[in-house]
Write a protein that binds this ligand. Structure first.
Ligand code: ADP
Ligand code: NA
Length: 350
């Protein structure tokens, strides 16, 4: 059977925000307790939507610093940047040939990011999920903690793994490196695991503070829409005070949050930050006004984020430590990826 292995990545584009933290990084930290984990700064993905970046190297370091400041252990686990391990791009090419154009055309994130002028989006933006599948499968990783926005991409990674396994099953058997597995009813001998997404908790998708129907995002032009990991205390207080809400009090646990997206979002954030369920938060705050709830939420956000913020600043002051972590992580990741690519080249017949 496949060895359990956790893999995930974050793009070095723009400021990390609370959605990235609650949807991803915080789970990375929790999972390292009982799992072998690989956490990647996905710099190859960063050039899919925008080719030229002012300070890509600085952005890469700052994501790595956020990982470390949040509590990821780069010695027991692996922290590195994607471009340091060229096997990601090599396997992505193979997956470009496994995946079908129709699969890519269905991706809602491609449609969102490409906008109206789809013909003018980069080919890399269209093929993004294929590279993401390679990121995961070049380690034969089995579990991927991500925010809810990545669910569709993970389903595509499963489709790619499955098609590779089925199309190459005789060749996989010949290498002796495969695993018996069942697809539907059919027993096959596959090489890649069908990854399991880990998307859970009270805030699987953190929404914009200005618009309860849009996800909190680095690319939202309004800085008031998100809380950045590097925001200071006053900024966090201000953004939460200005967060859009409806005029009613918080609902009781039995009334619930249906039909109240802004309230749902803020309660979800509170729940995630305090490791409680949304029901527990409503037990405490149901019937109270937002004017009471918001300061409590702001204090909690500051309490959780301030130490991370401080440690990130310290790490970014002298980048030699982060650079050493990335170098070491890249070497260890590269050795593991090369073993898998070796098998893949054998399977294909290169
Ligand atoms: P962004 O979407 O802000 O550009 P990335 O694509 O680099 O960020 O995503 C990094 C991780 O953060 C992914 O696991 C993604 O699912 C998660 N994530 C991003 N935005 C949110 C959000 N608003 N709520 C929950 N998780 C999120
Ligand atoms: Na994303």
């Amino acid at each position: 059977q496949f060895q359990p292995l956790v893999f995930s990545g974050v793009q070095p584009t723009g400021n990390l925000h609370l959605g990235n933290y609650l949807g991803a990084i915080r789970k990375f930290v929790a999972l390292q307790e009982n799992n072998d984990c690989i956490y990647c700064v996905v710099d190859l993905h960063a050039i899919t939507a925008q080719l030229v970046h002012e300070d890509l190297k600085g952005q890469i370091r700052s994501i790595a610093a956020a990982f470390i400041a949040s509590g990821i252990d780069p010695v027991k686990h692996i922290v590195f940047n994607q471009s340091a391990v060229p096997q990601h791009a090599e396997l992505a090419w193979v997956f470009n040939c496994v995946a079908r154009i129709g699969w890519m055309n269905r991706m809602t994130q491609f449609k969102d990011k490409a906008g109206k002028d789809r013909e003018n989006a980069s080919l890399g933006l269209l093929a993004y999920p294929s590279l993401m599948a390679a990121d995961i499968l070049v380690y034969r990783a089995t579990h991927v903690p991500v925010g809810d926005d990545q669910k569709q991409h993970l389903e595509l990674a499963r489709d790619i793994a499955q098609k590779f396994n089925i199309d190459y099953q005789d060749k996989i058997r010949a290498t002796g490196q495969g695993v018996d597995m069942v697809v539907g009813e059919e027993p096959i001998h596959g090489y890649f695991p069908l990854v399991e997404p880990l998307i859970d908790g009270p805030a699987p998708r953190v929404m914009s503070l200005r618009d309860g129907t849009k996800k909190m995002s680095k690319s939202d032009p309004s800085d008031l829409s998100r809380i950045n990991l590097m925001d200071d205390q006053d900024t966090i207080l201000k953004k939460i005070r200005k967060a859009k809400t409806d005029p009613d009090a918080l609902p009781s646990e039995t009334e619930g949050l249906a039909g109240r997206p802004e309230a749902d979002n803020l309660v979800g954030i509170f729940a995630a930050l305090s490791d409680k369920s949304k029901a527990d938060v409503l037990k405490e705050f149901g019937g109270r006004q937002f004017s009471e709830f918001k300061p409590a939420l702001a204090d909690l956000a500051v309490e959780v984020l301030a130490p991370i913020n401080g440690e990130m600043r310290r790490l970014m002051d002298d980048t030699s430590h982060i650079d050493a972590i990335l170098r070491d992580g890249g070497e260890r990741a590269g050795a593991r990826a090369e073993k898998v690519m070796n098998d893949v080249r054998d399977i294909i017949g290169f």
